[in-house]
Design a protein around this ligand. Structure first.
Ligand code: TYM
Length: 336
């Protein structure tokens, strides 16, 4: 039986962090055995925010290295760089004719960027979801492992596919956001302000490249409070975030102990000790990240191997992409 196709991408706009890992990369690693997987570095997307391009090459290499260090096997999956697959750009052109200014302007990520960089509201930023749809559709993917923040982009991709199929014939499959759990993941910043991200408060973001000492410092500074007012309270989101992280990196017994302490706590009888919880989480997190950091550094230092892997990934990605482009050109009627 043919395996289902999976696509996902990461922008090389900074160091990868726990949000990227638990929202996306952990799923990539699990999916590589059961699906036909295409994972890439979204370097075209990163240009929408006008980064310093002298840093870009290094950042692209780091994303590739960190993906492999997290457990992706470049022999099993296609691991590639977006700009090495020009078929994506052509598909982006066709999809742009099916995307409307009004819906693009309403996209949450676009509105955020308009707020953050009012001096640089370029057309690439507006059509960001169209390029993302092209990334997915070019491989005719049906599952897209992403964090919660990308859900709306996937909905838009389905709209573009619907319009394409309606206009040109039933050619493209519908892609859906995917997570192994029942819900998409959102890791919060450790200061409790919004999602963990590559560009916001660095002291509240744990990077896969952080050393043990930084990890300890950051976790010990994470936002907590005086404890729950009643037994079995609903956890505030910044406390829930610490439990979510603990569930991922600590033993089941450790998680169960702190969870029971939380549930047994009330005003005047605070059983949970957030200081102890953070100390434990910091140790377990440092142990979790250490092998990833060390392996990624080794891979990144071996440029010959990196170049070979990137070329191999591009070849795999282009093979399927060119098939799709032929189907698309035929459907649109661009075959003279
Ligand atoms: P990017 O580079 O911002 O993030 C890469 C992946 O990490 C997930 N993620 C998170 N998940 C949970 N909690 C967080 N705090 C958190 N922060 C980031 C993201 O959801 C994403 O899965 N537009 C995409 C890149 C992209 C793409 C695509 C993804 C381009 N083309 C095609 C899928 C398919 C982005 O900016 O991700």
């Amino acid at each position: 039986m043919q395996k289902e196709v999976v696509v996902s991408g990461i922008r090389p706009t900074g160091f990868l962090h726990l949000g990227n890992y638990f929202g996306a990369m952990r799923n990539y690693v699990r999916m590589q055995n059961d699906y036909d997987c295409y994972f890439f570095v979204a370097n075209w997307h990163s240009l929408t925010t006008h980064p310093d391009t002298s840093e870009l090459k290094n950042a692209v290499h780091r994303v590739i290295a960190e993906n492999i260090a997290c457990g992706l096997d470049p022999e099993k999956v296609a691991l590639y760089v977006q700009s090495d697959v020009p078929e994506i750009a052509e598909l982006y052109l066709y999809l742009n004719m099916l995307a409307y200014k009004g819906e693009l302007e309403k996209t949450a990520t676009f509105k955020d960027k308009v707020r953050l960089q009012p001096e640089n509201v370029n057309a690439g930023l507006l059509t960001y979801p169209v390029l993302m749809a092209a990334d997915v559709i070019i491989q005719r993917a049906v599952k897209v492992p992403v964090g919660k923040d990308q859900e709306q982009h996937l909905e838009m991709a389905r709209n573009f596919v619907d319009r394409f199929n309606h206009r040109y014939g039933d050619v493209l499959p519908l892609p859906y956001a995917f997570n192994y759990g029942s819900e998409l993941i959102r890791i919060m910043s450790l200061d409790g302000n919004g999602k963990m991200s590559k560009s916001e408060n660095q002291m509240a973001t744990i990077y896969l490249a952080d050393d043990d000492e930084s990890i300890r410092k950051k976790i010990m500074k994470a936002k907590t409070d005086q404890g729950p007012a009643e037994p079995n309270s609903v956890k505030p989101d910044y406390i829930q975030n610490l439990f979510t992280l603990m569930e991922q990196v600590s033993s089941a017994d450790t998680y169960a102990k702190f969870n029971a302490d939380f549930n047994a706590s009330s005003a005047g009888n605070c059983v949970i000790r957030y200081g102890d919880m953070k100390k434990q989480l910091a140790e377990d997190m440092a142990q979790f990240i250490r092998p990833i950091r060390e392996k990624a550094a080794d891979i990144q230092a071996n440029k010959d191997q990196l170049h070979r892997l990137i070329a191999q990934g591009a070849e795999k990605a282009r093979a399927r992409a060119s098939e799709t482009l032929k189907m698309v050109r035929d459907a649109v009627g661009l075959n003279y």
